[in-house]
Design a binder for this molecule. Structure first.
Ligand SMILES: Nc1ncnc2c1ncn2[C@@H]1O[C@H](COP(=O)(O)OP(=O)(O)O)[C@@H](O)[C@H]1O
Ligand SMILES: O=C(CO)[C@@H](O)[C@H](O)COP(=O)(O)O
Length: 498
């Protein structure tokens, strides 16, 4: 690589691990990816991680990416963090965490979410002001949980951060957030582009505890703080971007946010299953999250999110003693197994107290069909949210021009053949699977390049072509399986609610 080339680092700090991509800022070529795992603890609805472990994982992953890219540290010009959304990080003395972070998939905050949703005019009013109705995942509900269960810690907090804000602050020394991730708190107004003072009053949350909002279009938070530069082995001149949430970064990596809105809805198969699209209208649908995109310039990212996706399927594989690819469709000869794999409760639909459900077992049921049904149940739940998303954007999901639009499939699950087959079968749509695996990290790399050069990150990612990939043609939609799962969900919902 010529000495004049610049390299940017995009960090994806998500639920299960940190991935750091070293990217050639001129061409978008992925030079190397470093990885380090995270620990998630908790039972009975609790899900927590230690933010200090996120930091050490970030350092490990970045150092490994720079080493494997075989580039001089001096060639690195920018870094950005995209983080798992919604998590509540409470800081105490010296800016260090007071306790482990409460994660997006921690459902203990469901009662607090329901109580909040009934205030300030009810769900529609919440959706109109913040874009989203409080559910257990939203940071506002987690803050209320902390106030009720650990009031001494809530009182002692000197700072409240989202996961990516915390890491950006460790990198740059600056307490800053972006409109995209902020819109997952339920205390940020997506219509106003500012913190909602009435919501903060309701939560007893002093705005002085929150990070500043990055101004519209400004992706740069500063440069590396001395301690961070030393830990990473990088120059202090490296630009640090304000960063964003992981789904917003994936949208950047796919070049969404400018033209071509809603041409390609996105499905991400990771710990969470998400479906989202970039749009210029501001849909406020109570069943979806109405996020802002990270640009703060009038692009929105309505999103449906399930709590049970790849991890739930992997859990079924482990329970059955099967390899994850050793599955067959759940219809089988026995008449049809249905699995609602809601092992962590569920968010979309809003069933925080649900547990997993298996129906249709016979003596001769093939265990591989049970595993196949777990894939189908997880994919069905995400694709059901896709229908809600399209409708919220004013589109008829069944209209031919809408029905045939390809889905872009990303996340770890997009690497699995049975996952891609299941999504094709249940959606009846063509899929585009980007060749570059780490879309969140690549989107973060585009934000880093934007911070280093002042260029528009979406335009950069578009020029890099990071969203390009193989097109898998549509398969006939498996209406029978769809209807079988939908029927079980409808019948079981009263039980799953409690
Ligand atoms: N080849 C594969 N086939 C199927 N699933 C895979 C494959 N590779 C990774 N996964 C799944 O991807 C998940 C991790 O995806 P990722 O998007 O990195 O998750 P997260 O961002 O939530 O940490 C794992 O739970 C694993 O089950
Ligand atoms: O809560 C949401 C979106 O609203 C999740 O999508 C989290 O952002 C976690 O993402 P992954 O770890 O599954 O990538």
């Amino acid at each position: 690589m010529p000495a004049s080339r610049s390299v940017v680092i995009g960090v994806d700090s998500s639920t299960q691990s940190t991935k750091a991509a070293a990217v050639d800022a001129d061409t978008g070529a992925l030079l190397a990816v470093g990885r380090a795992p995270h620990t998630v603890t908790g039972t009975a609805g609790a899900r927590e991680s230690d933010p200090e472990e996120w930091w050490t994982a970030l350092v490990t992953a970045v150092r490994s990416a720079v080493r494997d890219a075989d580039v001089p540290a001096a060639s690195v010009t920018g870094i950005a963090v995209a983080g798992q959304q919604h998590g509540l990080v409470t800081l105490g003395a010296g800016g260090r965490p007071l306790r482990p972070a409460l994660l997006w998939n921690d459902t203990r905050s469901a009662p607090q979410a329901a109580a909040l949703a009934a205030r300030l005019g009810g769900p529609e009013a919440w959706a109109a002001r913040t874009g989203s109705v409080p559910v257990a995942s939203m940071t506002a509900a987690k803050w209320q949980w902390l106030r009720e269960h650990e009031p001494e810690r809530a009182d002692a907090a000197t700072g409240v951060r989202l996961p990516h804000d915390h890491l950006t602050e460790r990198l740059s020394g600056t307490a800053v957030t972006d409109p995209g991730d902020a819109s997952g708190t339920c205390w940020y107004g997506t219509a106003t582009g500012a913190y909602d003072r009435e919501v903060l009053d309701l939560l007893g949350l002093d705005p002085a505890l929150l990070p500043a909002l990055a101004p519209t279009g400004a992706t740069r938070a500063g440069t590396l703080a001395p301690a961070a530069a030393e830990a990473l082995g990088l120059p202090r001149t490296v630009a640090v971007a304000a960063g964003t949430g992981d789904n917003m970064a994936a949208a950047v990596g796919l070049g969404l946010g400018g033209a071509g809105l809603l041409d390609h809805p996105v499905v991400s198969l990771g710990t969470s299953g998400t479906v989202f699209a970039a749009t210029r209208v501001r849909p406020a649908a109570p069943g979806l999250a109405g996020f802002a995109a990270t640009d703060g310039a009038g692009t929105y990212l309505p999103l449906g999110c399930t709590l049970n996706c790849t991890l739930a399927v992997d859990r079924f594989a482990a329970l059955l003693g099967l390899d994850r690819e050793d599955a067959v469709p759940g219809g089988g000869d026995g008449g049809g197994v249905v699995v609602l794999p809601y092992l962590d409760g569920e968010r979309t639909p809003d069933l925080p107290h649900a547990a997993g459900l298996v129906t249709g077992l016979r003596h001769d049921t093939d265990p591989r069909a049970v595993l196949g049904a777990a894939y189908e149940g997880a994919a069905f739940t995400v694709l059901r949210a896709l229908g809600e998303l399209l409708a919220a954007c004013g589109l008829d999901p069944a209209a031919p021009d809408v029905r045939d639009r390809p889905l872009r499939l990303i996340g770890g699950g997009a690497r699995g053949r049975f996952w891609t087959d299941t999504v094709r079968r249940l959606s009846g749509r063509p899929l585009v699977v980007p060749a570059a695996g780490e879309l969140v990290a690549l989107g973060a790399a585009a934000l880093a390049a934007g911070a280093a050069t002042g260029s528009d990150p979406v335009a950069l990612a578009t020029a890099w072509g990071t969203g390009a990939g193989e097109v898998l043609p549509a398969l006939p939609r498996d209406e029978e399986t769809w209807d079988r799962i939908a029927g079980v969900l409808t019948a079981a919902t009263p039980t799953l609610l409690s």
